[in-house]
Ligand binder design. Structure first.
Ligand code: C2E
Ligand code: MG
Ligand code: MG
Ligand code: MG
Length: 281
């Protein structure tokens, strides 16, 4: 009996593993095809100035609906794109389109705000990011100050020329932020070396600020540290009024999360922040 159960478990286990492997390889193949077939879109999530309530930026978040597998979250496909190298083309797609989109909103008369783009570590270390940024800005006509790059602590650790690259980008006039701040086990000394503008507090910390005293203490400390270093600080994953009140009290500069908006298609940003249609039309 024991042996039989063991055998069944073993078969069950390998079946799961096979399914996982085949899903991964389907995704890997699908990524390459999907780029050619135009299956990727970008959603944009507003970033709000806590004091004024105004929009100061949007984060570009890539979306993918696989023709057979349906919607796949970036949490699942971005790591696979990183591993297989497709992230380079995907990253270029996001960079070029997000810049074009932000310029289009400006031309449509929306208040001007930044578009923030997530940069993966492979994109940072294996391509000439300054060249891509330069070309995306030139082609779109977007001013550099309306572009922000979100870098993670792992990017910084994995690349010896990281400081030089960041200096180059900063010199172009674009905004640099550290995404998922506090989750990367890196030494804080990089904050002194790197020309960054903003720390993004990870949603993992934001989630429990009003119930967990330790998360509250961490967020409070991150905000104060950012301000002492003359950095801007934004909290991600803000879902409730209680969380927002906490952040407001501690003078956090900006917030982003479902409490304000989910990531939205470009047309919805236009409708939300564009001039209201004249009455009766
Ligand atoms: P991230 O850059 O930290 O983005 C924030 C994630 O939190 C997004 O998930 C967003 O939809 C989600 N989020 C926003 N507000 C809330 C909230 O109030 N509550 C909760 N629970 N979640 C919230 P998403 O779009 O699934 O993206 C996941 C991750 O995938 C991103 O994390 C980023 O690391 C990566 N990613 C997404 N788009 C791109 C891209 O174009 N390029 C690269 N390299 N990575 C991307
Ligand atoms: Mg991000
Ligand atoms: Mg983040
Ligand atoms: Mg994240």
């Amino acid at each position: 009996r024991v042996k039989e159960e063991g055998k069944n478990n073993y078969q069950f286990f390998t079946k799961d593993m096979n399914e996982e492997v085949s899903r991964r390889s389907k995704i890997a193949i699908g990524l390459r095809k999907g780029l050619d077939r135009g299956e990727f879109t970008i959603h944009y999530q507003p970033q709000i100035d806590i004091k004024s309530g105004e929009i100061i930026g949007v984060e570009a978040l890539v979306r993918w609906v696989h023709p057979h597998m349906g919607p796949i979250s970036p949490g699942e496909f971005i790591p696979i794109a990183e591993e297989t190298g497709t992230i380079i083309q995907l990253g270029e797609f996001v960079m070029r389109n997000a810049c074009l989109q932000n310029k289009a909103w400006q031309d449509a008369g929306l208040p001007k705000f930044r578009v923030a783009i997530n940069i993966s570590s492979r994109q940072f270390s294996q391509t000439n990011l300054s060249d891509l940024v330069h070309s995306a800005l030139t082609d779109s006509g977007l001013e550099p100050k309306y572009l922000e790059l979100e870098l993670t602590e792992s990017i910084i650790q994995g690349s010896t020329s990281a400081v030089a690259t960041m200096m180059e980008l900063k010199a172009m006039g674009i905004h640099l932020s550290i995404d998922d701040f506090g989750t990367g086990y890196s030494s804080l000394s990089y904050l002194k070396l790197f020309p960054i503008n903003t720390l993004k507090i990870d949603q993992y910390f934001t989630r429990n600020i009003h119930v967990d005293v330790k998360d509250a203490a961490l967020v409070d400390t991150i905000i104060r540290m950012a301000h002492n270093l003359e950095l801007n600080v934004i909290a991600e994953g803000v879902e409730t009024n209680e969380q927002l009140d906490f952040l407001k009290e501690r003078q956090c500069d900006q917030a982003q999360g479902y409490y304000f908006n989910r990531p939205l298609p470009a047309e919805d940003i236009l409708r939300l922040y564009g001039d209201p249609a004249p009455a009766g039309v």
